[in-house]
Design a protein around this ligand. Structure first.
Ligand code: HEM
Ligand SMILES: *[C@@H]1O[C@H](CO)[C@@H](O)[C@H](O)[C@H]1NC(C)=O
Ligand SMILES: *[C@@H]1O[C@H](CO)[C@@H](O)[C@H](O)[C@H]1NC(C)=O
Ligand SMILES: *[C@@H]1O[C@H](CO)[C@@H](O)[C@H](O)[C@H]1NC(C)=O
Ligand SMILES: *[C@@H]1O[C@H](CO)[C@@H](O)[C@H](O)[C@H]1NC(C)=O
Ligand SMILES: *[C@@H]1O[C@H](CO)[C@@H](O)[C@H](O)[C@H]1NC(C)=O
Ligand SMILES: *[C@@H]1O[C@H](CO)[C@@H](O)[C@H](O)[C@H]1NC(C)=O
Ligand SMILES: *[C@@H]1O[C@H](CO)[C@@H](O)[C@H](O)[C@H]1NC(C)=O
Ligand SMILES: *[C@@H]1O[C@H](CO)[C@@H](O)[C@H](O)[C@H]1NC(C)=O
Ligand SMILES: *[C@@H]1O[C@H](CO)[C@@H](O)[C@H](O)[C@H]1NC(C)=O
Ligand SMILES: *[C@@H]1O[C@H](CO)[C@@H](O)[C@H](O)[C@H]1NC(C)=O
Length: 324
């Protein structure tokens, strides 16, 4: 019996040593921060360099990249599906309702991919590029950092109908937002926390028109000033800040605005107006930036773990716009 236990112990130790040497083995659906440590050790710094240059060229693009990660992950998992171009024989997600005339940053993804293909051909997936670019954008714009999980592979398909239905519209009420997140395995807290991404970036008139003419949970002078740039009809693509004060700085002013009924999207203000539990969390983030940062870092990793393709599923796209 003792000898048996002894051999069992040796076996367990051997398995543990073998497992810890395989830093990039993620074939059972789990990701790892070390996935590229032997195959493309510079992956993260290459992404960072291109992202910083792109943000220096156009500050908004950091927000655009972060949103692409979200729109990728909510549609059949974080698999780079949002990046595939439409063509005569293929319908992708770029022309879905949430993305058409709205999703952007694709040229920066191309630049990142080109730099990575030069350094380590065929190794770093487009889905991982979005995860890395999001972290580098948020950090560069003054937000929290987190350990990026890697090893996602790219889809060979996309779904415009899933993009239409899985990404909640800005007219959503709180219960619709909660169900949308719940369908992704994300909690009510994740909803409140991840919406804090709206501390950066811009929104079109068409996304907030109904709110500024119809809602009662909006500061009247804020509504009036937006009505001046966003008429009842026309000017659909006129842009306004998601965060009134600092749209190029990642901070908690987004939550302070919600408390003052100055959220620009109906879905944003719902977090404060829709229930007392979500309102409490909004107030906590509005008063404590460090709690927001800590929770955001956790929640975005969770979002990045939605149904990744791993192992030999999918592929590593050579061109993020096109299936190999
Ligand atoms: C809670 C549900 C959400 C809704 C209803 C929503 C809705 C929207 C809408 C309508 C826009 C403006 C699009 C336009 O008018 O062109 C927008 C922009 C944006 N969203 Fe969200 N969003 C949500 C969650 C998220 C999440 C989870 C993230 C990231 C973690 C995110 C990141 C962004 C960013 C950064 C922008 C600005 C993009 C840019 O300036 O290019 N959003 N969102
Ligand atoms: C799969 O991943 C989970 C989570 O890391 C781990 O607990 C489990 O042992 C793994 N299973 C196999 C068969 O490798
Ligand atoms: C994992 O690492 C090994 C050894 O560096 C490499 O041969 C293999 O291609 C890597 N696997 C993936 C999926 O990157
Ligand atoms: C710089 O940003 C503009 C948009 O403001 C874009 O059209 C242009 O392609 C960008 N330049 C580079 C080199 O990325
Ligand atoms: C996307 O927007 C363009 C330009 O506004 C429009 O012509 C096109 O019909 C839209 N596509 C879809 C699928 O709605
Ligand atoms: C997505 O929604 C738009 C607008 O409702 C619709 O025109 C389009 O057919 C939908 N696409 C799919 C594939 O469901
Ligand atoms: C929230 O929106 C959903 C979908 O539009 C609707 O069915 C539901 O009645 C709304 N709930 C409330 C409380 O307004
Ligand atoms: C305001 O709400 C009404 C009723 O839901 C709707 O018909 C109308 O289009 C809305 N107004 C705007 C500007 O969206
Ligand atoms: C939402 O806003 C409306 C209008 O300001 C207000 O009457 C209602 O009490 C608010 N609901 C909650 C839960 O705060
Ligand atoms: C513009 O909006 C007004 C008020 O909602 C409406 O009466 C009018 O018919 C609209 N005009 C067009 C061209 O849609
Ligand atoms: C159209 O897109 C699909 C998916 O990316 C790709 O497989 C196909 O080769 C493309 N067709 C052309 C003509 O580029």
């Amino acid at each position: 019996m003792a000898a048996c236990n002894y051999h069992f112990l040796l076996f367990v130790l051997a398995v543990a040593v073998t497992a810890s040497a395989q830093v990039n083995t993620t074939s059972n659906g789990t990701l790892s921060p070390d996935f590229y440590s032997s195959t493309c050790p510079e992956a993260s710094s290459i992404v960072q360099k291109v992202v910083i240059a792109a943000i220096k060229n156009e500050t908004r693009v950091g927000a655009s990249l972060l949103r692409l990660h979200f729109h990728d992950c909510f549609v059949n998992g974080c698999d780079g599906s949002v990046l595939l171009d439409d063509n005569a024989t293929f319908v992708g997600e770029k022309t879905s309702v949430p993305n058409n005339n709205s999703a952007r940053g694709f040229n920066v993804v191309d630049q990142i991919k080109a730099a990575l293909e030069q350094a380590c051909p065929g190794v770093v997936s487009c889905a991982d590029i979005l995860a890395l670019a999001s972290r580098h954008s948020v950090v560069y714009l003054g937000g929290p950092s987190w350990t990026v999980q890697l090893g996602r592979r790219d889809s060979t398909t996309a779904s415009r109908s899933a993009s239409n239905t899985s990404i909640p519209p800005p007219t959503s009420n709180l219960s619709a937002l909660i169900s949308s997140y719940s369908a992704q395995g994300l909690s009510v807290q994740d909803l409140v926390t991840l919406s804090g991404a709206h501390t950066i970036g811009l929104t079109r008139c068409t996304s907030f028109r109904a709110r500024i003419y119809n809602d009662s949970d909006i500061d009247p002078s804020f509504a009036k000033s937006l009505q001046r740039i966003c008429p009842r009809n026309g000017s659909d693509n006129v842009l306004a800040r998601l965060d009134l004060q600092t749209p190029t700085f990642f901070d908690n002013l987004y939550y302070k605005n919600l408390v003052n009924y100055k959220g620009i999207l109906h879905s944003d203000e719902e977090l404060f107006n829709g229930s007392s539990t979500t309102a409490l969390l909004v107030k906590r983030y509005a008063t404590d930036n460090s709690v927001f940062f800590k929770d955001f870092a956790k929640a975005i990793v969770k979002m990045g773990n939605i149904k990744p393709l791993t192992g030999t599923s999918g592929e590593v796209r050579i061109n993020c716009r096109k299936v190999n």
